[in-house]
Each structure stands twice: as structure tokens, then as C-alpha cells.
Design a binder for this molecule. Structure first.
Ligand SMILES: C[S@@+](CC[C@H](N)C(=O)[O-])C[C@H]1O[C@@H](n2cnc3c(N)ncnc32)[C@H](O)[C@@H]1O
Length: 238
């Protein structure tokens, strides 16, 4: 089974990422500002997870539909943030071509697939469902800072007792993917995410039919920098 099917569909996921619920209060309004679409725009939140960012998009007057593969996340989303929702796979979106003004892809939700072709397929699907001139906001972890912090910490297991889990972070042998193992509630989870270079992100966007309008290095909209914690790309569908 693909890691992303198992890891995100287990109740332990909500414990491991419990602090992201509080982070939504700062991330949501800031990312909605960087998306910068006028009220009334149709935005697809892909993947939407449990919908923690949805109210902040809606607060900007945006019409939001969410999509995710995890039934567990979608159930929580429907209970806490009711709205249009679809169970879907990012490689094959169940939406008509050109139906959306914006695609909102937050919290390092690209690079999950094992092959380059599948990861590129996700970008191509985003392009397909956007109208020409539509906007993709792609919010990724900055590769250089991730590598720096991983090498500082080493690959030993670290305990987070208040959060109830232990974690070990390693890079794949070819240095392209980050492997994050977590032990929680007696189970082991293993995220395996391709962390692209800036050049790889820009190439994938261009090949997918996007023009890069801006790249940011933080939620406050400062310019992209190699050592920034977040790499946030605002791309326009050609
Ligand atoms: C890190 S979470 C981010 C969710 C949301 N963007 C947020 O900021 O809270 C990643 C999400 O991607 C979903 N996901 C993973 N693989 C997927 C796939 N192949 N198709 C659709 N959703 C997927 C997971 O179920 C999970 O909810």
C-alpha cells in the first residue's frame, strides 16, 4: 500500500499534526492573501485534509470546494467545516477542464508519489482544472533549510512526549526524498516525500503549463530565498 494512503487515514495522524490546527490561524489568512483572488472566485483546496484552512479562504469571499483521498480526513472536514467535498486522487481529478479560478495546495502536498511522472501528473491535473489565467498557489517546505536542519539533528530517534510520538528523519540515498518515520500509539508511520530543488519546481510548473508570477519565502510575502523555511509559488495557468 502506498505510504500516503496508510499514514493520512489513521487517527494517529490527527495527534501527530495536532499543532497544525492552531497554525491554521496564521497560515490560512496569510496563504489566502498570497493566493490573492477576488471575492466570488472558485477555489479548489487540493488536498484539503480535515479542512483547517477552508474558513480562512471562505473569509476572503472565495467559494471553496475541497478534495482529498483520506476518508478519515474528509469525515472530519464534513463535521467541522461543512462544504462541497470530493474524495479524489491528485493524479486524476474529478473536475471539468477550466472550472476553477484557483487551486490552493498547502503544507507540502506535492511530491508524494514514487515517480517523477506521477508528481508531474499532479501539476498537469491542477493546470487542466484551472481556467486560463487561473492561479495555483503551491506551498512547499524549503529544501535547503530542511536539509540543514536534518543534518544538524542527525538521524537518531527523537521523542516528543507531550505530542505522544517519536520521530526519525533521514534522506534517501540519492538525497531527493525525505523519509520521516514516526512511532505513535504503538504504530509506525513513514512519510516518503520528494523534496524538489527550486529549479525542479520551476521546471515542473513550466512543463505543466504555468507561468511563475511570484515566489515567496515566508507567509508574510517576502521574496523567495534559498534558505527560506517555506517556498511558496504563485503560478498562472497559461
Ligand atoms: C500534509 S496534509 C495537507 C492537507 C491540507 N492541505 C492542510 O494544509 O491541512 C496532506 C494531505 O494529502 C492527502 N493526500 C495524500 N495523498 C493523496 C492523493 N494521492 N490524492 C489526494 N489526496 C492525497 C492526505 O490525505 C492529507 O490529507
Amino acid at each position: 500500500m502506498d505510504w500516503f494512503i496508510r499514514d493520512f487515514d489513521d487517527p494517529a495522524y490527527f495527534d501527530i499534526y495536532a499543532d497544525k490546527a492552531a497554525d491554521a490561524g496564521t497560515e490560512g489568512p496569510a496563504l489566502a492573501r498570497l493566493l490573492a483572488l477576488p471575492p466570488g472566485s472558485r477555489v479548489l483546496d487540493l488536498p484539503c485534509g480535515w479542512g483547517r484552512l477552508r474558513p480562512h479562504l471562505a473569509a476572503q469571499g472565495l467559494w471553496v470546494a475541497g478534495g482529498d483521498l483520506s476518508r478519515l480526513n474528509l469525515r472530519r472536514h464534513a463535521a467541522e467545516q461543512p462544504g462541497p467535498l470530493a474524495r479524489l486522487d491528485l493524479r486524476c481529478l474529478p473536475f471539468r477542464p477550466g472550472c476553477a479560478d484557483g487551486v490552493f495546495c498547502a503544507f507540502t502536498s506535492w511530491g508524494y508519489f514514487a515517480t517523477e511522472a506521477e508528481n508531474q501528473r499532479q501539476i498537469a491535473e491542477f493546470a487542466r482544472v484551472l481556467r486560463p489565467g487561473g492561479i495555483l498557489l503551491l506551498d512547499l517546505a524549503g529544501r535547503n533549510q530542511l536539509r540543514e536542519s536534518a543534518s544538524r539533528l542527525g538521524d537518531r530517534w527523537r521523542d516528543f512526549p507531550t505530542l505522544g510520538y517519536a520521530e526519525r528523519v533521514r534522506w534517501s540515498r540519492d538525497q531527493r526524498r525525505i523519509l520521516t518515520e514516526r512511532r505513535c500509539q504503538g504504530k509506525t508511520f513513514r512519510h516518503d516525500i520528494w523534496i524538489p530543488t527550486d529549479t525542479e519546481v520551476r521546471t515542473a510548473l513550466a512543463q505543466g503549463g504555468f507561468g511563475l508570477e511570484a515566489a515567496f519565502g515566508a507567509l508574510d510575502g517576502r521574496a523567495w530565498a534559498p534558505g527560506a523555511e517555506r517556498w511558496i509559488y504563485r503560478a498562472v495557468r497559461r
